[in-house]
Structure formats: C-alpha cells, structure tokens
Design a protein around this ligand. Structure first.
Ligand code: C2O
Ligand code: CU
Length: 523
C-alpha cells in the first residue's frame, strides 16, 4: 500500500476517532538548532548484590523503572507525553565492561492504558491481554535465556523482572528496548529504549576520543501533532489499526528535534543507533566530510572505513569518528536524505587533541564457510492476513506459534541464507549471537515462484567494507539471497530472531529459535 493510500485511510479514520486530535505538525516550520543536544545520563547502580537463588558473584544492581514522562522535544513545542526508563527517553546509558556482570531490576510503572491503539488481531495482543505490558531486551547482549526478555514473558504495571547480564563479550554499542509480544512497535515508539555500552581493554588501548568527546546519537523518527503529542499512524480499518510501517517526519536525536552540539575543532567519537520503527537513515554531512566508521553492531572494525553516505537500518549501530580539526569556526549539518537531523557548531579556539584514530583497530578473524555444520535456507515473505485486508510478513512461511524449526547446537557454526522475495529490505536480527555477513546475491523471482529453485542473476557480492565486522542485524535486500555465518555460543535455551522493522516484527515476522545442548552420544 502506498503512503498516499494510507494517509487517505488515516483521514477517514480521524472521523471515527473519539479523541479530538490536533492537526499534524510540519517539523520544518519550527526554528532549527535552538536546543542543545541532550546527552542521556549514565545509569547509576544502587550497590552490589548477589542474584536471588543463584550462585552468581556480587555484581552491581540497578533498579530501572518504566513510566510515563513529559519531555520537551523542541523549545517551541509544548511538552510531549512519552514513556521512558528512569524518567527519560532515551533512557539512561549503561556503562559496562566486558566480563563484569550486572543485574537490572526492570520495574513496570507504566499506566494501565496504552497511549496508542492496540491491534488485537495481532498474535499475542489479543483483546484478553492487558493493554500495557512490557519486557526489556538488551539488543546484542550475550545474555542467558531467562534474562533475554522473551517476548511472551511480559509483565504488567506494578510488576518487575530482575535480569542478569554477564557481559562476557567484546566491547560494543548495544541498546535496550521493549520487546512485549504484539505491541513492541507501540512501546518503543512511546519512548522505551536506551543505550548499553560494553567497553574492554583492547578498545581502551586504542586511545579513541573518550569522555565528553564520546557521544551517543540515538536517532529515530516520529509523527507529531501541533500540540507536540506523538501520533502513531493507523490503517483506518476499524478494529485493525496495524500499519506495515510507521514513518514520521520529525527526526529526533537523543529525544530532541533539530538539536545542535557545540564541538571543539578536534576528533569526536559518535555511537549512532537507528532506533526508528521502520525508517532507514542515509547520514551525510553538509560539508561533504566523510564519516570515519570504526565499528559495527558488535564492535570494532579491523580498520577505519571512510563513508560519505552512511546507511543505517532500524536496530543497527555504527561507531564513528569525526574530526572537526579543519573546520574551526564553521557549522556543519547532519542530514538524512532531505531531512535535517542536527547541527555541529565547531568552536574557533585551537585545542590539543591527544586522542587517536589508529589505522588498525581490532582484528576480525573471518569465520570460514568450511566451519559451518549446517546451512538453513529461510524465506522472507509477505502474505495477506486472514481478513484479506492487510499484509502479514513471515519468516520462512511460519507463524510465531508454530513449532521451533531453527535449532542449532551450542558451539557449532551455521550458515543462514535469507531469501527475500519481498519488495523491501528487512533488517534481520538474531538474539544472543554475533555473526558475519558472507555475501548477497540476486536471484530470478519468476523462476523461484514457479519452481522453488534459486537461479542466481548476479555474482555473490561481499559485504560492504563498513559492514565487514561483527554484526547482529543484517539488511536482507529485496530479491537477493543474503548469507550470514553464525557461531552459536554462550547459552543453551530459547531465543528469537526477527525483522527489526517493528511493524513487521509485531505481525508474525518473528520466530523462536532454540540453542540445543551438545548431543550426548551413547555407544
Ligand atoms: Cu532490538 Cu529482538 O531486538
Ligand atoms: Cu521486515
């Protein structure tokens, strides 16, 4: 369905709506660069504790509440009602070190009524389910299954869950967000997300910019009304408000619209996260300066890669170094296609920069295809909903509640091939693991439909240099086979894999998977 059709639907729906809604806001009419870029606070631990019932060591304990908040998105807008962690959206940033575990008690203090319309046709969001449910997942964490935030393990206001994050993984930019079955798109859109940074000695030794020269940029799009309130697009079909994607015209960076950041003429490190429901960003700078990309979802690249047009899909992270040294006194705007995101104001006073951007970062040993014990061919498809009205996206033609089919054995390596038969690029994310992209290859659609055979129409293309590191989310392009190689390490148990376009994820484009224990062979 085209955007135009959906908008017409939306107009029709407005008549049915009981809420008196303010008209849509045109963000471009607001004055740009009047608010400084907020930097999320660092999460504070409430002391050391042992895990209840476990024999885990005493580790820092955090108690983080989810609640409704009022926040200023822009100087000239009234405060916006949102949902946040520890009183803010984005929530506070977790600062952690590799091998140093921590526990978080995630407390649901949300209102019992959702701020957006729940679609009860979606699996797990049926009318008998409470409206405001929540559960937290740390995206990219190698966490035990009972601390991973399984979508069905949601809990209601007044309840909490205490999760253990061992952080037995290399330095990386992770993020946490809601994952409640059937309403993840609405909970994240309301503001339930934040950053979770893992550091280690290897990274420290590189002397990258740090402290106030290392800044998270959490970017997401929203639709706003003129009264400053969030608007989540609806289909216009009574009782079935789900839409296949929910793009907004207001792009928020760390929760602000068109913020500015005062910088010194020196190097900065920016950890960029695309926290949008469905919008892909193509970042570029007004002075045509390239970004030096130093890391991907799961850590450092082998060497910095210069990128002028940075593409980031929902769920993906890029770790960047920008050197403002030769731009003293100038103003640089960061854009995404026709959207203005934020402004950097470079000071004119000379400074000494003791940080470095080494030519070599961290080796990323290639996982060899010969290490794989199994190859799974998994289709990405779109289908009609049973009501015939709207689309449903599926992974390998299977619904969420069908028996588990992906069941790798712990400490084995597999190749997963995503055969994308749809018109969209889908960012596919696997919980628990990190992986490498092998290649992408175009195939003939018609032959595939007629015979189920893959007739390739291009040579395999290796990953772009800027995605040739450790990943946990991969863009599976339209009419291509995207292959990844994964070693299933860490824990045995049930996890999920899904599309990170949140509207898709909530509508069947998510599957459970099991990491099985090593086979015990008897003689
Ligand atoms: Cu970022 Cu399953 O999620
Ligand atoms: Cu998708």
């Amino acid at each position: 369905m085209s955007l135009l059709t959906r908008r017409t639907f939306l107009a029709g729906a407005a008549a049915l709506s009981l809420r008196a809604e303010a008209p849509a806001l045109v963000p471009d009419k607001l004055t740009k660069f009047v608010d400084p870029l907020p930097i999320p606070a660092v999460a504070k631990s409430a002391g050391l504790r042992t895990m209840a019932g476990g024999d885990t060591p005493r580790v820092p304990y955090y108690r983080i509440g989810m609640s409704e908040i009022e926040t200023k998105i822009h100087r000239d807008l009234p405060a916006t009602r949102m949902w946040g962690y520890a009183g803010s959206s984005p929530g506070p940033t977790f600062e952690t070190r590799s091998g140093e575990g921590l526990q978080v008690e995630w407390v649901n203090n949300l209102p019992t009524r959702h701020m957006f319309e729940v679609d009860h046709n979606l699996h797990g969001a049926e009318a008998d389910k409470p409206d405001a449910r929540a559960i937290v997942h740390v995206h990219g964490a190698k966490a035990p299954p009972d601390s991973d935030g399984y979508p069905e393990d949601w809990y209601v206001p007044g309840k909490s869950a205490t999760y253990y994050y061992p952080n037995q993984q290399e330095a990386a930019t992770l993020w946490y967000h809601d994952h409640a079955m059937g309403i993840t798109r609405l909970n994240i859109y309301a503001g339930l997300f934040g950053m979770f940074i893992v550091r280690d000695n290897v990274e420290d030794a590189l002397h990258l910019p740090k402290g106030r020269y290392e800044i998270p940029l959490i970017i997401c799009d929203r639709s706003l009304r003129q009264d400053g309130q969030l608007d989540y697009m609806v289909s216009g079909i009574p009782g079935a408000p789900w839409v296949p994607e929910a793009p907004g015209e207001a792009i928020l960076v760390n929760g602000k619209l068109f913020p500015y950041l005062d910088v010194e003429p020196r190097k900065y490190r920016f950890r960029v996260l695309n926290g949008s429901n469905s919008r892909f960003f193509h970042l570029s700078l007004s002075n045509d300066q390239p970004f030096m990309q130093i890391g991907t979802d799961q850590g450092l690249l082998p060497e910095p890669v210069s990128v002028k047009n940075m593409m980031i899909a929902p769920g993906e992270r890029v770790d960047l170094v920008l050197d403002f040294a030769s731009y003293a006194g100038s103003q640089i705007v960061m854009n995404s296609d026709s959207f203005v995101l934020m402004q950097f104001r470079v000071g004119s006073e000379r400074v000494t920069d003791t940080s470095s951007l080494p030519r070599k970062l961290r080796p990323v040993p290639k996982t060899l295809e010969s290490a794989a014990v199994k190859t799974r061919r998994l289709r990405i498809i779109e289908d009609k909903m049973p009501n015939g009205d709207s689309m449903m996206m599926m992974l390998d033609g299977k619904h969420w509640d069908m028996p588990v089919t992906e069941n790798p054995v712990i400490d084995t390596t597999e190749i997963w091939e995503f055969v994308n038969t749809t018109e969209d690029s889908h960012p596919i994310h696997l919980h628990l693991v990190r992986f490498q992209i092998l290649d992408r290859r175009a195939f003939d659609e018609l032959t595939y439909y007629r015979t189920g055979q893959l007739r390739y129409t291009s040579n395999p293309e290796p990953p772009e240099p800027f995605e040739a590191g450790w990943k946990d989310t991969v863009r599976a392009h339209s009419l291509m086979v995207t292959r990844i190689i994964v070693r299933f390490e860490g824990y045995v148990g049930r996890y999920v894999w899904h599309c990170h376009l949140l509207e898709h994820e909530d509508n069947e484009m998510m599957r459970p998977y099991d990491v099985l224990p090593r086979q015990v062979t008897t003689k």
